[in-house]
Design a protein around this ligand. Sequence first.
Ligand code: C5J
Length: 220
Amino acid sequence: MKIPATPLYFEFEVRKTALVIIDMQRDFIEPGGFGETLGNDVSLLDAIVPACQAVLAAWRRAGGLVVHTREAHKPDLSDCPPAKRERGNPSLRIGDVGPMGRILVAGEPGNQIIPALAPAAGEIVIDKPGKGAFYATGLHETLYAQGITHLIFMGVTTEVCVQTSMREANDRGYDGLLLEDCTESYFPAFKTATVEMIRAQGAIVGWTCRSAALLAALQA
Ligand code: C5J
């Protein structure tokens, strides 16, 4: 399959490609979670949900591998470096009790993936203690075992967990494509900058395109 993307066509085989959905969790998208404790307007992120749903449905119909990630810490916070918990001046820190349970802690209501993009049975769900999907998760080994060479990324936030994961993937030899209308930031200027820096210098980190290009190819 070959789809128009920037800066070049993105070529991939569905059987060797995973759709990676980064951190579409209530903690980032709904009021009362981690994103809001940091002072962000979380309503911006909700806007990409319909586009993400369309891609997820088409990818499932095509029989492609799906990976969901969650930024999640163990209840005892043993995998949360003090530097991460203590940084800044949030209204609630990681592990504190908020309206959706403990902030960014595995198993809490706020830490779940939003119902509109809930994982289906058999799909891979990765809890990650860092911003990148490959740090301390075993994701590379899982993908390698399944012969995956290409990754298509959606999710939030563009310049933090999505970009970090794409850079980690790039350094591990994957070709990565970011779906521009399926990722969002609390800071529109940061999203724009991230999309541009990913595809700069001949796809130095990866490719970008809008989801319509992928959907058209999957329907053909
Ligand atoms: C952040 C994320 N922004 N999923 N996490 O802290 O991007």
